[in-house]
Design a protein around this ligand. Structure first.
Ligand code: DO4
Ligand code: MG
Length: 281
């Protein structure tokens, strides 16, 4: 089932998206619905279906849920690790080590709902960055105790020049206003039995000109999602309604650095398309 949020009666309301329309689930955000399905021990799609209005109408998807916390994994694709090693003046294999052979994955805090935007909202370019790039990633929505409730698309927008200057600057390259986009919907886990076979593309447009095109498959993800979640939760019980970004397999180089007005479009099979204009923040 494709769940998300819409503006309905002036309130952010959970909705089922089907056949180009949305059916609101009155009085609930998507977070409320996930919590309720846990408290009542009910299957989420069943609960959503039983509570949704039968009136289906076209509606613009908002951010699928306001995440309690967003965590992001890094160097989970060989491409991300090798490119970063090539870029940095760090000791050889600094990033490759995390891709393989290290058991412990890279996991960093990306922020809260404060830094997240939804479809068609501006993603941020820091005013002190000249090389900001999108990082298209499969994202996992967690229920309590790390249960995977569903999947969405994320853009882990990153100020690569700040990270490149020194790896200790990673939090500044990664966490700032509008640094994370999520959407357009959350597809419930039952509809994505194999999250390692999704095709992902990323296109950057500047007016009518395409400045970047790239693709990958989640088949190239070098870690199991359960392993990422298991490490995340060690001594760190992240709350229900948190989101985990699983890392990027698409690398945008400096020639295609984002500029205000560029539009980044990420498409993932089985989930949909997440598009955002870029703004200076
Ligand atoms: O190691 C720095 C960040 C890596 C990252 O965000 C990714 O691989 O997606
Ligand atoms: Mg990333």
């Amino acid at each position: 089932m494709r769940l998300g949020q819409i503006k309905w009666n002036n309130e952010v309301t959970a909705a089922i998206f089907e056949n180009g329309n949305a059916r609101p689930i009155p009085g609930h955000t998507l977070y409320d619905l996930i919590r309720r399905s846990e408290v009542e021990n009910t299957d989420l799609p069943k609960l959503a279906k039983s509570m949704a209005s039968s009136n289906a109408a076209p509606a613009t998807p908002l951010i699928p849920l306001a995440p309690k916390e967003v965590w992001a994994c890094g160097c989970t694709y060989e491409m991300s690790a090798s490119f970063r090693d090539g870029e940095h003046n760090t000791r050889e294999g600094f990033y490759a080590y995390v891709y393989n052979p290290a058991n412990r994955p890279e996991i960093f805090f990306k922020g809260t709902a404060r830094v997240c935007v939804g479809p068609d909202q501006g993603v941020g370019i820091r005013s002190d960055s000249v090389f900001t790039a999108p990082e298209p990633e499969l994202a996992v929505v967690l229920g309590s105790k790390g249960r995977v409730v569903g999947y969405t698309i994320a853009n882990d927008v990153s100020a690569w020049d700040i990270e490149r200057e020194n790896p200790l600057y990673l939090p500044q390259s990664k966490v700032y206003t509008a640094c994370c986009s999520l959407g357009p919907v959350m597809v419930t886990a039952d509809e994505i039995p194999d999250p390692y076979s999704l095709e992902m593309t990323c296109v950057i447009k500047r007016g009518d000109t395409t400045t970047f095109e790239g693709s990958t498959s989640t088949g190239k993800l070098g870690r199991k999602i359960e392993t990422l979640v298991e490490y995340l939760l060690q001594s760190n019980p992240v709350p229900c309604g948190s989101v985990v970004l699983t890392g990027t397999g698409i690398i945008v180089t400096q020639e295609s650095a984002l500029a205000p007005g560029d539009v980044v479009t990420i498409t993932t099979s089985g989930i949909g398309t997440l598009s955002n204009p870029c703004i200076t923040v």
